[in-house]
Design a protein around this ligand. Structure first.
Ligand code: BGC
Length: 769
C-alpha cells in the first residue's frame, strides 16, 4: 500500500512541510534531487529505454506504489516529498485490479462510457458528475493525477484514438473537458489534459511532423485547450508525441512556454507523453517540466548539461517549481491514506446514466422504437453477445464486469428467441477460443468475426420473431489508425447479413434495428436504408447492455447528439487526402518495435475546414450531420431574444411537444460576416441541454457570447480579427437544422494581436473556398 513507510515521516515533517513555500523547498534541493523531480518513473515496455535512472539513495520508493498505474514521480524522503502517482485514463482509473501484497482484495475501477459517448450527451453537468466519480476512485485507490481527459480533435474518422477524444469541434470538446476536469479536481484528484497538441493520428505518432497553419492551430487544435483552461484549472497538461511544424511538442518552447505560459498564463505543469521527444535538455528549456516515465539517459543528459553550463540550473528550478506547486495539492502531499475500497455500486449507476445520455438515435422509421415490451426479438451480431465497453491501450479500464446487450435485454425481462441466442453463445465461445491472447496489453482487441446465416434459417427466424436487432461492433486503440476496408466500411459478411435480415424480416413487415457499438465513425450512407432504426451507442462502458436496453425499451428517451459528422464516404472527408501522413523516406526500415514510428509528415491542407466547417462551407452532403440526434418525443423552439451590447445575450424557450419525457440539446451557431477573412459558413459557439422535460413542459435556455468568441485568426497579422458586417445567430437542433434566427451588426472591426508562434516552416497548399 502507499505510504506504509511514509506515514512516520509525514508525522515528523508535516508541520515543517506546511510552512514551507515551494520556493524554499526548491532552494533546499540538491541538483540530483531536482533531476529526480523532473524525470518520473513508470511502465517498462520491452524495446523502449528503461526507467529508474535516479540514484535510489536520494529518493524514496519509486514505482509500483499503485500496481498498474502508468507511472509515478520520485519521492525525496530527505525533504518529505512523497511519491505522486499518475494513472490513465479517459474512461476510468486504469490500475491493476490485483496487487501482489494484498492477494485477497481487488481494485477494479468503473469503466465509464468512452469520451465520444460523454460528449454526445452535450451535457457539461453530466461530465462533471462523471468526473467526480473518477476523482473519488482515484482518491480511494491512491492515485494523485488522472492522465485524462484527452481532447484532441477528431479530425478524420479513422483516427485510432477518436473514442478517447470528444469531438470534431473545439467548443464542444473544450466545454465537456472543463466540466469533467472540474468534477475530477473537486475531489482532490489532479486532471491532466492531453495531448497538447494536434495529436490527431496514431500512425508513426512518435516520429510524425504535423504541418499545420497558425490559423488552424488557433481556431481548431489549440482552441479546445484554451476553452478548457478558461473554464477549469487542470493541474497538469501532457504534451503530445508529434512534432508541430518541425519541433516535437515536448521540445517546443513556443508551444509550452510562449503560448501556454506567457500568452495564456497557465500556472500548472507540463509532462511528456510516455517516452515522447528526443532531447531532454530541449524539453527542459521548452518548459516541459516532467519527463515521463523517465530514463537513465535523460537523467544523465540533464546533469551533464547543467554541469557544462548548456542548461542553466534556473530553468530546472523553474520546472521543479511548477511541478511542486501542483504536487502540493495532491493526496500524497496531504498525507492522505487511500482506503483501497471505492463506491463501485454508486458509480455503476452514474456509468449507466451517462451511457444512456451519450447514445444517439440516428433513425427511427415509423417509430419502431421504443420496442413493445412483449415483442419477440431475434438478436444478431457478435457485439450483441460480446458488447464492446471501451477501446484499447491506455484508454482501456480494468473493470470488474461488462454487461453485454444479451444480458441487458435479459435483465429487463425482454422476450428473446432463445434458440437463436443459444446458437450464438456457442458460436461465440468456439470462435473466441480460436483467438490467441494479445501479445501486448495495448494492442487492438480482436473481435469475433460475424456469423454467417443462410436465407433459409433467417426466414424461419423472421417467421417466429417480431423484430431483428443486429449489433455492429468496432474497436481501436493507440499506436494504430483504423482502416477503410472492413472497419470504416462494413465487412462483406456484415453487409450480406444485414441485407438478408432485411429481406427476410422486412418482407414479413418486421422491423430491423441496427445498434452501432463503435468507437469511431463508420460508413452508414450505403446501408442505412436497410434499417428501420439505428441506435448509435458508441462504446458505453461496463453498463453497456443495460444502458442500451434502457433506450430500446424507452425507459430512457434518447437525448444524445453527434459530436462528429457521419460523412457519406471516407473520400468526402477533408483530411482524407493527407491522413495519416506519409513516410518521409520510403526506404526507411520498419523499426523492430511497433511502438516506435518512422519519420513522417502530415500536412493539414484542409486548414480550418474540419468536420462540419468543411461539409457546410463546400456544400458536401453527409450521411448524418454534426449535432444530429432524434428523440422519442418532439420539441418546439420559440421566443428568441437576443440583446447585444459588449456581450451577446441569447435566450429562447424549448417546449416538449411530444408524448415522452425527454431532454433536448440546443446548439447556437454563428454565421460570421464574410467581409475580410474567408470563414467557415458557420461555427458552433455555445450549446445547452434542457432538464428532463415532461410532455407540455417548457424551459428557457440562456447563453452569453463575448465578441471575441466571434473573431477569426489572421495568420498574416498574427491576430484575432473581428470583421465588420452582419452575424447571424442560429439556434439549431443540429448543424443543418436552424430553428430560430437573429442578426446582429458589427460596425467596427476589432483586432487583438498575439505572438507570432508555431508558424509552418514551409508553405501549405491550403484549401480555400
Ligand atoms: C498515451 C497516453 C497515456 C500514456 C500513459 C501513452 O501511450 O499516449 O495517453 O497517458 O501512454 O499510459
Amino acid at each position: 500500500m502507499k505510504f506504509k513507510t511514509l506515514t512516520m515521516l509525514l508525522l515528523t515533517f508535516g508541520a515543517l512541510h506546511a510552512q514551507q513555500t515551494t520556493k524554499e523547498l526548491v532552494d533546499a534541493l540538491t541538483l540530483d534531487e531536482k533531476i529526480a523531480l523532473v524525470i518520473g518513473t513508470g511502465m517498462n515496455i520491452p524495446g523502449l529505454p528503461e526507467g529508474n535512472g535516479v540514484p535510489q539513495a536520494i529518493v524514496g520508493s519509486t514505482n509500483n506504489e499503485v500496481a498498474g498505474a502508468a507511472g509515478t514521480s520520485y519521492g525525496i524522503f530527505r525533504l518529505d516529498i512523497p511519491v505522486v502517482v499518475f494513472a490513465d485514463g479517459p474512461a476510468g482509473i486504469r490500475i491493476s485490479p490485483t496487487r501482489e501484497d494484498i492477494p485477497d482484495q481487488t481494485f477494479y475501477a468503473t469503466a465509464f462510457p468512452t469520451a465520444s459517448s460523454l460528449s454526445s450527451s452535450w451535457n457539461i453537468a453530466l461530465a462533471e458528475e462523471v468526473g467526480k466519480a473518477f476523482g473519488i476512485e482515484g482518491r480511494d485507490y491512491g492515485v494523485d493525477f488522472l492522465l485524462a481527459p484527452a481532447l484532441n480533435i477528431q479530425r478524420n474518422p479513422l483516427g485510432g484514438r477518436n473514442f478517447e477524444y470528444y469531438s470534431e469541434d473545439p467548443v464542444l470538446a473544450g466545454m465537456i473537458t472543463s466540466g469533467f476536469v472540474n468534477g475530477v479536481q473537486s475531489q482532490g484528484l489532479g486532471a491532466t489534459i492531453k495531448h497538447f497538441v494536434a495529436n490527431n493520428s496514431e500512425t508513426n505518432r512518435t516520429a510524425l511532423n504535423t504541418v499545420v497553419s497558425e490559423r488552424a492551430l488557433r481556431e481548431i487544435y489549440l482552441r479546445g485547450f484554451k476553452i478548457a483552461l478558461d473554464n477549469s484549472n487542470p493541474w497538469a497538461i501532457m504534451s503530445s508525441y508529434n512534432k508541430i511544424n518541425g519541433t516535437y511538442a515536448s521540445e517546443n518552447e513556443e508551444l509550452l512556454y510562449q503560448l501556454l505560459r506567457e500568452e495564456w498564463g497557465y500556472k500548472g505543469f507540463v509532462m511528456t507523453d510516455w517516452f515522447a521527444g528526443k532531447d531532454p535538455v530541449a524539453q527542459m528549456k521548452a518548459g516541459n517540466d516532467l519527463l515521463m516515465p523517465g530514463t537513465d539517459a535523460q537523467a544523465k543528459a540533464i546533469k551533464e548539461a547543467v554541469e557544462s553550463g548548456a542548461l542553466d540550473e534556473s530553468i530546472l528550478d523553474r520546472n521543479v517549481m511548477a511541478i511542486l506547486n501542483a504536487y502540493q495539492k495532491t493526496f500524497a502531499f496531504k498525507g492522505y491514506e487511500p482506503t483501497g475500497v471505492t463506491d463501485l455500486e454508486g458509480h455503476k449507476a452514474i456509468a449507466r446514466q451517462a451511457a444512456t445520455e451519450g447514445m444517439v438515435l440516428l433513425k427511427n422509421e415509423n417509430a419502431v422504437l421504443p420496442l413493445q415490451p412483449e415483442a419477440k426479438i431475434a438478436l444478431f451480431g457478435s457485439s450483441s453477445y460480446e458488447t464492446i465497453a471501451g477501446g484499447t491501450g491506455s484508454g482501456d479500464v480494468n473493470k470488474a464486469y461488462s454487461v453485454s446487450l444479451l444480458e441487458g435485454l435479459k435483465n429487463a425481462g425482454l422476450n428473446l428467441d432463445t434458440e437463436l441466442t443459444t446458437t450464438y453463445e456457442a458460436y461465440m465461445k468456439k470462435e473466441r477460443a480460436k483467438i490467441p491472447p494479445k501479445a501486448m496489453f495495448f494492442l487492438k482487441d480482436e473481435l469475433v468475426p460475424e456469423k454467417e446465416w443462410t436465407l433459409e434459417t433467417l426466414n424461419a427466424l423472421a417467421a417466429k420473431n417480431d423484430m431483428a436487432i443486429f449489433t455492429l461492433g468496432r474497436t481501436s486503440g493507440e499506436f494504430q489508425d483504423r482502416e477503410e476496408t472492413g472497419d470504416f466500411d462494413l465487412t462483406e459478411t456484415e453487409l450480406t447479413l444485414l441485407k438478408n435480415i432485411k429481406q427476410t424480416f422486412g418482407s414479413k413487415g418486421k422491423p430491423v434495428i441496427v445498434v452501432l457499438n463503435i468507437g469511431g465513425v463508420i460508413e452508414t450512407a450505403s446501408w442505412k436504408g436497410l434499417a428501420d432504426a439505428i441506435l448509435l451507442t458508441w462504446q458505453p462502458g461496463q453498463e453497456a447492455g443495460n444502458a442500451i436496453t434502457d433506450l430500446l425499451t424507452g425507459a430512457v428517451t434518447p437525448s444524445g447528439k453527434l459530436p462528429i459528422t457521419f460523412p457519406k464516404t471516407l473520400a468526402s472527408v477533408s483530411s482524407s487526402k493527407n491522413f495519416p501522413g506519409s513516410v518521409l523516406d520510403p526506404n526507411t526500415p520498419k523499426p523492430e518495435n511497433p511502438l516506435q514510428g518512422v519519420p513522417s509528415e502530415e500536412v493539414y491542407e484542409e486548414g480550418i475546414y474540419v468536420g462540419y466547417r468543411y461539409y457546410d462551407s463546400f456544400d458536401v452532403p453527409v450521411s448524418y450531420p454534426f449535432g444530429f440526434g432524434l428523440s422519442y418525443t418532439t420539441f418546439e423552439y420559440d421566443d428568441l431574444d437576443v440583446t447585444f451590447d459588449n456581450t451577446i445575450k441569447i435566450a429562447f424557450s424549448i417546449k416538449n411537444t411530444g408524448e415522452y419525457t425527454g431532454k433536448e440539446v440546443a446548439q447556437v451557431y454563428v454565421e460570421a460576416s464574410q467581409n475580410g477573412l474567408e470563414k467557415p459558413l458557420k461555427e458552433l459557439k455555445a450549446f445547452g441541454k434542457t432538464k428532463s422535460l415532461n410532455p407540455g413542459e417548457t424551459q428557457t435556455l440562456t447563453f452569453e457570447l463575448k465578441l471575441k468568441d466571434l473573431a477569426s485568426y489572421d495568420d498574416t497579422k498574427h491576430a484575432w480579427v473581428l470583421d465588420t458586417g452582419s452575424y447571424t445567430i442560429l439556434v439549431s437542433t443540429d448543424a443543418e437544422t436552424p430553428k430560430l434566427k437573429a442578426v446582429i451588426q458589427i460596425d467596427q472591426s476589432v483586432i487583438s494581436e498575439t505572438n507570432a508562434l508555431l508558424s509552418p516552416q514551409k508553405p501549405i497548399d491550403l484549401l480555400k473556398k
